[in-house]
Write a protein that binds this ligand. Structure first.
Ligand code: LFR
Length: 480
């Protein structure tokens, strides 16, 4: 009784999916309606998202999902599409791994120094922040025709409903939002000549975002009206909402293409020390701040697997488990790994440059990546506690990496803390919970999490060994 169905559209950097969540006061069930690849395309002008293919996948997914009480869209952050004055999309959205932002941050800092930018927005330095992308785009013919900037989940929501909005959690990743006031930083925008009028009005997670257009109903076979609900549209905001935390003193790691490792806070940390450590303050649900560091994540392995022609991942991981630990590590936080291509060679080069044994076999490279990720997880969890002055007793791990038991165990070992692995599809789960709350489910964030603890499975990894080998590996890298 009281169970409703919600479709969660979740767009990741390597695949998109439509999941159906059935939520009642004492039940949460999640099933996959449709999954589709997200294949970036390199054209002469650079690396682009095939956003029409993604929209096609979303429509297929909604058809497969069947009747639902609401739909919500989340996806990766920072990227956007431009609309002209008629509301038509101007070209394919640029991929955040595109090279157009090279050297742009330095130009921006000449007007607003990096320290002022951090004090005002709390956002980490990454070359792909929307602010830098918009600055790079400004001189193009395409931008001259732009009437609107829509972040990717907002663009998909617009195509589904015809209504424009800018969802807050994702807006915070533009580097144009003040995390204290949780609204646009008009001062930063003004000084940098960014027209905030290009963004549609802000929406909060849980706000109504329209209803499926008649054409969408016809294409998906759904009977209207079907409301669309704003969720934490930044996938990481949704994933953190679905952390099955039963305690307050916890750290989290959202693992997927990226590893996002840090703490949930009630206020941002905007100190110089925090800036130097490149921690970000992204906005989360219910007034929370996601204080975290971006780590390259399984991207490193995905790119190697691609270079190797797609060998069996299960076999690779079993072989990697047999390789001696921590023989060679790389700095998995290093921007040098951001661009696609030649990943096995780039990892080998990094090991050589730091005077470590060069991994030779695929199993050795895989082991190097997993050890390096665990090491970066350790550093982020330690640094976050120190910088925010908030000690933790447990690390929750959610997302695609939960399928990788070796990564979970190594993370527990490296952090010297128990790791509790939660949902693989955490972003979709958080997306569904926010919709459920908007449609009658009672509960604040801790209550939503208690519902997950009552209804969903978790796996616990106990740390093995001491910190010694990890400290030694860290010293070899001389990270920070
Ligand atoms: C994860 C994520 C990260 C963001 C990166 C780029 O999918 O959204 O949080 O830093 O992608 O958008």
């Amino acid at each position: 009784a009281g169970v409703k169905a919600y479709a969660a559209v979740d767009l990741g950097a390597s695949s998109g999916r439509v999941m159906v969540g059935r939520v009642g006061p004492d039940s949460v069930e999640l099933s996959e309606a449709h999954r589709f690849p997200n294949r970036p395309v390199r054209v002469p002008e650079g690396l682009r998202w095939d956003v029409l293919a993604l929209y096609g996948g979303v429509l297929d997914g909604l058809r497969a999902a069947g009747p639902v009480d609401s739909v919500g869209v989340d996806g990766w952050a920072v990227d956007y599409g431009l609309l002209d004055a008629d509301g038509a999309l101007l070209g394919n959205p640029v991929h955040y791994r595109d090279t157009r932002t090279e050297g742009v941050a330095e130009k921006v800092w000449a007007t607003v120094p990096a320290s002022e930018l951090y004090a005002a927005t709390g956002i980490q330095h990454a070359p792909f922040n929307t602010l830098y992308q918009l600055t790079a785009a400004r001189s193009t013919a395409q931008f001259a025709r732009a009437a609107r900037v829509l972040l990717i989940p907002d663009l998909l929501t617009y195509w589904l409903t015809g209504e424009l909005g800018t969802e807050l959690t994702n807006a915070s990743t533009t580097q144009l939002v003040d995390p204290r006031t949780r609204t646009w930083s008009s001062e930063v925008a003004e000084r940098l000549g960014i027209d905030l009028g290009l963004f549609a009005p802000l929406r909060q997670p849980g706000d109504p975002a329209g209803t499926l257009r008649p054409e969408v109903l016809a294409e998906t076979g759904l009977a209207g009206p079907v409301p669309v609900t704003a969720v934490g549209s930044h996938d990481t905001a949704s994933a953190v909402a679905a952390i099955p935390a039963s305690v307050e003193r916890f750290a989290y790691i959202c693992t997927g293409t990226w590893s996002l490792a840090g703490l949930e806070l009630s206020a941002p940390v905007l100190t110089e020390e925090s800036r130097a450590a490149n921690f970000t303050n992204e906005l989360g649900l219910d007034g929370t701040v996601r204080y975290l560091r971006n780590i390259m994540g399984l991207w490193l392995l995905q790119e190697c697997v691609r270079a190797w022609g797609g060998p069996d991942l299960g076999l690779l991981l079993r072989e990697a488990a047999g390789v001696p630990a921590l023989r060679a590590v790389v700095d998995a936080g290093d921007e040098a790994f951001l661009a696609p291509g030649r990943m096995p060679q780039r990892i080998a080069e990094a090991c050589r440059a730091s005077g470590q044994p060069v991994p030779a076999t695929r199993a050795e490279v895989t082991r190097c990546i997993l050890d390096s990720l665990a090491l970066a997880h350790r550093r982020a969890v330690l640094d976050a506690q120190r910088l925010a002055d908030r000690p933790v007793d447990v690390v929750y791990l959610v997302g695609g990496g939960t399928r990788n038991a070796l990564l979970c165990q190594l993370t527990a070992d490296a952090c010297g803390l128990p790791v509790v692995a939660g949902a693989t599809e955490a972003a979709a789960l958080g997306n569904v919970l926010v919709q459920a709350r908007a449609h009658g489910l009672a509960g604040d964030l801790p209550a939503l999490r208690r519902l997950l603890i009552r209804t969903r499975r978790r796996t616990r990894y106990t740390p093995r060994g001491g910190a010694g080998p990890w400290r030694a590996a860290e010293a070899r890298l001389a990270v920070r």
